[in-house]
Design a protein around this ligand. Sequence first.
Ligand SMILES: C[S@@+](CC[C@H](N)C(=O)[O-])C[C@H]1O[C@@H](n2cnc3c(N)ncnc32)[C@H](O)[C@@H]1O
Length: 879
Amino acid sequence: MPSKRKTRSNASTAVAANSDSGSGSVRSCSRKSRKKTVVEGPAATAAAEEVALRQQQQTRVVDASVNGNADAANGSDDGEEEYSARFLGDPVLEEEAKRRWPKRYQGKTQTARSRSNSDEDVILQARRHYTQAEVDGMLLFKLYDDAHVKAAEGEDNYICKIVEMFEAVDGTLNFTAQWYYRAKDTVIKNLHNLIDPKRVFFSEIQDDNPLDCLLEKLNIYRLPLNVDLEAKKETIPTCNYYCDTFYQLPYSTFINLPSENKETVSETSSTISSEVDASGRSEVNSQHSEAVHHEENKEPEFSLLDLYCGCGAMSTGLCLGANLSGFNLVTRWAVDKNEHACESLKLNHPETEVRNEGAEDFLSLLKEWEKLCSYFSLIQNPVPHEQYVDLFKAEEDDDAGTDEENDEIEDEEVFEVSEVLAVCYGDPNAKKEEEKEKGLYFKVSWKGYASDADSWEPIKGLSNCKERIKVFVTRGFQSKILPLPGDVDVICGGPPCQGISGFNRFRNKLNPLDDEQNKQLIVYMDIVQYLQPKFSLMENVVDLVKFADGYLGRYALGRLLQMNYQSRMGIMAAGAYGLPQFRLRVFLWGAQPSQKLPQFPLPTHDVIVRGVIPLEFEICTVAYSEGQDVDLQSKLLLEDAISDLPPVANNEHRDEMPYGGPPRTEFQRLIRLSKSEMLGLPTSSKCSESTLYDHRPLKLNDDDYQRVCRIPKKKGGCFRDLPGVRVRPDNKVEWDPAVERQYLESGKPLVPDYAMTFVNGASSKPFARLWWDETVPTVVTRAEPHNQAIMHPEQDRVLTIRENARLQGFPDYYKLCGPIKQRYMQVGNAVAVPVARALGYTLGLAFQGSVTEGPLYNLPDKFPMLRERVSSVSTEENA
Ligand SMILES: C[S@@+](CC[C@H](N)C(=O)[O-])C[C@H]1O[C@@H](n2cnc3c(N)ncnc32)[C@H](O)[C@@H]1O
């Protein structure tokens, strides 16, 4: 087993920084007609010194009003009206106040002058607490009231809940604000127009402010996150705002409101943790914990739709992980427009309805399918759809055709549909996407003709085949060849957003969604909106939160919120889950309000998260907090992953071969396990695969092969080691004038110009060998050695498809289809299987209601081998 080590990450620092930015630092300023303190809102940041200075000013004003000596205190003789604030009624009994807000009574003398919300240790000490206050001589505020708080001139006033009212030991009068966020102040920022302006998000951010900042009492209507948006609109009474969601800055989390228990909003028990019992487990969690750990309880089956499925790595991992948690998740449907990727998925998942079509056509098809099911009265509350009523009416009219017409038909050759075989949206016979006629098409077999005469026909040409279509739709409905709204438990997918790729020079920064290449993000969300799955998990490149100030990431979050989903974003490094590959990706959970929002699984391996993540989103990095003492397995190296694979040549053409030897590392032993073994299911002792698939490289052309043969088999070997190349002290390459340029048999230069000029001569990647002790940055889709390190350490070839698949954590049993380049593409496009598996595990726990406190989850010790039953000996025997 890999040794255990400690690790650190920067997550907590990031969290702390952002929490600070969310706190409403106190500031004072004057308004035109009266002096009134204003606060910086929940999303503002302020330098500590600036805050202290302003606090001094603010102290003066409040003291003055409290002492009834305003003019003397503010030194003003301009006749401005002074703002006053005072507590009303008796103070809270001392004993009770100390019980509810113990931190305020610890005896540490603390004046307002030195208080600072950025210093967690400094807590303003209280003399006494109150439950009512009067501001401006007429406004009455009660404890737990919602209120507007004065913001700076020209800004929207802030919104808070008053969760404490107290007189500090220095005599100042204060209230503690727990802030509500408007959408524009959350991570959604400039995409706030996706959200109803009356909708606000309650947060955990609290801070102390002078009592006179309170401006007016608000009526904020609290309601559960309800998926029925229309019903929600109708049920919301007249109010200033409404609130159905709790917002937490870490991991951009939007979650169901905790139950509102005013009495517990105190130092000892805040609203935030009220969902979780003393043991740190949620109520539902304890109810369901038995089911989670009950291995045999595999039923019922839950359904997954994998959109943009590629060869299916994401769904494969999710299902493996979910099953390990006791949640029987199965990929029922998968969609991708690449036929080879679809073929691979089907081969490895015969149980899945794999649809080789564009996601936009898939969505149109789903809508038409629902109408058909409704037309044939297969679903409850069927709505008669004019379109199909009219279409099939033609058949009845035809039956009653005139004799003349019937004679004409008899003269023509008549083809009779024997059976409807399949359905799709858009003409599959069209050569180009633009030429595709819209509408439903059915694949039909013809009476008296063999299957090679089967053809795709538009529905309008089949108006007299109502019965045949009915049979097909009825069967399809029963076997769920297509999902209807509510049928899907989980949707996963990585909508391609090529319009944000750093490689794309023509990116549309102003409105990235206008770029055709980013449209699939909209389509993904539209499918979620239509099918309403219980959960959604979207994956993407980190550019999603980098490009155009994170526009698309904010859009994705905004859409989920708009649809009343809970949501949470995490950035995960594949290497941290047991791979010798770094690969940073963004994941976005969505969960219906009736479900627990899944957590992000914490790393199992000691890999430092690196890569450019915008500061604002660092708070989403899935990692342990800085300084947290954790035992993690050592990071994996290339050798751990591929050293057991037999040597192959540049021109290897076999798709299958024997392993030729036993696994040499724990990683190799696990990756060779069969599917059942990975799930810890009972297996025969000879179950593990003995055939190695896809262990063949993209064949280098003769020129490149000759170049590669000249690259030394050593760490760092690359084109820089070839004759004629010299490395300058600034680590850039130049031609060595003392060496004559060498040429290959073809007449092409041994060292091509593009290698010398790549990254202005600063790169050592062209024709670079990987080395055994390295971690690969990211497995990509193209196996070209011209600008990336992809050469085997000791063989004269690029890494094989299988070697790349190992770096992505594909189990060895996963076989790929299509031409070689297509197989590399499927592997390079994939979500690393161990990452998806870890996410599947937390998804399974959430589904079973078993969620611990906070956004992160600590995977069990031996994950993923929780239920391993086979011995390594039986695996080795098979090698
Ligand atoms: C990043 S890959 C997905 C990888 C997959 N999630 C996995 O883990 O194996 C994106 C996929 O989207 C597919 N794709 C691109 N545009 C599409 C569209 N309009 N409709 C359906 N699939 C599309 C591509 O063929 C590609 O397989």
